[in-house]
Write a protein that binds this ligand. Structure first.
Ligand code: ATP
Ligand code: MG
Length: 141
């Protein structure tokens, strides 16, 4: 059976608010298996590299400052149809537009401090996972 992976971060707002446990519980209850996990803090430079794709956007400088403002939890998750199903679980970027019951609806405080990151494609999931984890740190499914 084909399996599939995505990459997520619990962002500084949700980590600081003590929501790591509640958020990972929602991920697990939705069928995602955590195969790599790291509690760490980005520097402004590494946040800038991670979000390089947004470097022309007006919110880029603020985003890099925010994403390096405190600890985050990076994870590789496994589930069938992981990328799309995880985007559904987290909800819209702006929590004001996020569906009821989604992680961002419950935990996000603004469009910037929106609790979690979720990869937007299989290709980016692989790139983003490799940004934080060596292959040997992933547990075989
Ligand atoms: P992510 O990539 O973090 O999962 P996303 O794919 O829903 O979020 P993107 O468009 O990739 O949204 O934006 C990346 C991040 O930049 C957002 O999650 C949010 O933290 C921040 N961001 C996006 N749009 C805005 C905005 N208009 N103002 C401030 N911050 C924003
Ligand atoms: Mg994105």
């Amino acid at each position: 059976m084909a399996t599939n992976r995505t990459f997520t971060m619990i962002k500084p707002d949700a980590t600081a608010a003590g929501n790591i446990g509640a958020i990972t519980k929602m991920m697990e209850e939705a069928g995602f298996k955590i195969i790599a996990m790291k509690y760490t803090q980005l520097t402004p430079a590494t946040a800038g590299k991670f979000y390089e794709v947004h470097s022309e956007r007006p919110f880029y400088a603020d985003l890099c400052k925010y994403m390096s403002s405190g600890p985050i939890v990076a994870m590789i998750l496994e589930k069938e149809n992981a990328v799309a199903d995880f985007r559904t679980l987290i909800g819209a970027t702006n929590p004001a537009n996020a569906a009821e019951g989604t992680i961002r609806k419950i935990f996000a405080t603004s469009i910037e401090a929106n609790a979690v990151h979720g990869s937007d494609s299989d290709e980016n999931a692989a790139i983003e996972g490799a940004f934080f984890f060596a292959k040997t740190e992933e547990v075989a499914a």
